[in-house]
Ligand binder design. Structure first.
Ligand code: BG6
Length: 488
């Protein structure tokens, strides 16, 4: 088995992402033998921590994630801390020396992975300095993982990309979208292209509409500053949702290689109809949560979460209808919705198949049950096919039945965390489940008109209760096409 050897540098080592996701993921890779002893991690941040403090925090975060109930000191001994000011040149030189030393101690063959998990306004500068101070020069590979947000609109993303590309080649840049590391997101391709019964029907002749829902129970939490500048479009739609949509709609790749898969996804984004600013309201609905109840607990409105948010016009919810202008999908609406403080945490895809031209077995013309394929990404991981059958005792009429496969219910399957998979992919040089610049660019070009339209018009917020499934207008968006959201 492949066991990458590497020195990993984490910019933002004291942050939330590092402790919630990165340290536990590295631990799991180590535990499972996907990482050998030949690795070291350098944590960087401004705080004056020491190696010991970082190690304690690493142990704490692993304990919190898995309670492994074991001595973690050997694992934690691979971690080193350097206090770092991204704007201060001398610290880059210091980092280079430390990395060379660790390369020798841990025999990492000169492989270097830089992970930018911090405020995005420094991404460009860091990339530039890494090159300037020779940190990219080693006799192994050098790769850069960049967290989102990758810009805040198309022009700023392009500027950032140009800055990074001056220091790193496209093949060295791994733009992470953690949704692409989710087991069931990776499964979309397999379900589609490994099953004749779906793939033959996967087009506008047989599918009436597709629905993608990513609802969250959590509110803004302590990320008011980031989130209020961002909103649901930048936070979820531009990246995670667009990625799911391209996997759902892409043509079968001719080979399972990074380039072939990415190029099919890019084609979907190119076929996505750009909605002009003055027509946005016909296609998109925005929302912001009001106070409400979740799990019988009262929760405050978005504007009451933090003083800074008192007059916020930021959307915490977006629903939309995407239109694809290509041969396979012309005429099939793709509905998407995502939001904070909704009734439940769920990431779900529903493929609604066209109804039969005549069906004598329905109870009434109102109770129609089209066939549905539901792909559940979270918290359930599985697929459910809704069919019509005659349940005993109900005469000759049809009722919906569900054929379900639930991955959690299969013994021995222990789904790895998305970050774990993606970190490993990067270390072995597989960029398939990272976003290519063209995908980032096309997604921004698509959402920019929505952002512009909304930033110039004040919204009537708040407009949905915490604990609900979003504003009424999102239901109307489907109703005017004769559809409704399937809540599965
Ligand atoms: C992140 C967003 O990218 O995804 C968060 O910034 C959101 O606001 C999160 O909560 C959702 O991820 P997941 O894996 O919990 O669905």
């Amino acid at each position: 088995a492949l066991q990458p050897k590497v020195v990993i540098v984490i910019f933002g080592a004291t942050g939330d992402l590092a402790s919630r996701k990165l340290y536990p993921s590295i631990y799991n890779l180590y535990k499972k033998g996907q990482l050998s002893e030949n690795f070291a991690v350098v944590g960087l941040a401004r705080r004056p921590w020491t190696d010991e403090v970082l190690r304690e925090n690493v142990e704490k975060s692993v304990d919190k994630a898995f309670s492994p109930n074991e001595d973690l000191s050997e694992f934690a001994s691979h971690f080193y801390y350097q206090s770092f000011d991204v704007t201060d040149d001398s610290t880059y030189a210091g980092l280079n020396t430390l990395m060379s030393k660790l390369d020798e101690t841990y025999q990492t063959e000169g492989n270097r992975l830089f992970y930018l998990a911090m405020a995005p306004n420094f991404f460009g500068m860091i990339a530039k300095k890494l090159k300037e101070y020779g940190l990219k020069e080693s006799n192994g590979w050098t790769r850069l993982i960049i967290e989102k947000p990758f810009g805040h609109d198309h022009p700023s993303a392009e500027d950032l990309n140009n800055e990074i590309r001056e220091a790193f080649d496209e093949e060295q840049i791994y733009r992470i979208d953690h949704y692409l590391g989710k087991e069931m997101v990776q499964n979309i391709e397999v379900i589609r292209f490994a099953n004749g019964i779906f793939e033959h029907l996967w087009n506008n002749q047989f599918i009436s509409n597709i629905q993608v829902t990513a609802s969250e129970v959590l509110g803004v939490e302590d990320r008011a500053r980031y989130y209020d500048d961002s909103g649901a479009i930048r936070d979820m739609l531009q990246n995670h949702i667009m990625q799911i949509v391209s996997l759902l709609l892409m043509e079968p790749p001719i080979k399972l290689t990074t380039d072939e898969i990415r190029s099919e996804k890019i084609k979907v984004l190119r076929a996505l109809r750009k909605i002009e600013e003055d027509k946005i309201d016909q296609y998109f609905v925005r929302g912001q949560y009001d106070a409400g109840e979740i799990d019988s607990e009262a929760v405050p409105a978005y504007r009451a979460e933090d003083q800074e948010l008192a007059e916020s016009n930021t959307e915490t919810y977006v629903a939309g209808k995407l239109v694809i202008d290509n041969y396979r999908w012309a005429g099939v609406p793709i509905y998407i919705r995502t939001g904070k403080r909704m009734a439940k945490k769920a990431i779900n895809i529903v493929i609604q198949f066209k109804d039969l031209p005549m069906n004598l077995y329905y109870k009434s013309s109102k109770e129609r049950y089209p066939n549905l394929l539901n792909i559940s990404i979270q918290p359930n991981e599985g697929i459910t096919l809704t069919l019509n059958a005659n349940k005993s005792g109900s005469g000759t009429l049809a009722e919906p039945i569900h054929l379900a496969y639930n991955q959690h219910a299969v013994p021995g399957i222990n789904t790895p965390e998305a970050y774990e998979k993606l970190l490993f992919d990067c270390m072995v040089g597989d960029a398939t489940n990272f976003t290519h610049w063209d995908e980032v660019a096309l997604s921004w070009k698509f959402v920019d008109p929505i952002l512009n339209a909304w930033s110039t018009k004040k919204a009537d917020f708040p407009n949905y209760k915490s604990g609900s499934m979003g504003p009424k207008a999102a239901d109307e968006l489907l109703e005017k096409d004769g559809f409704h959201w399937w809540d599965i």
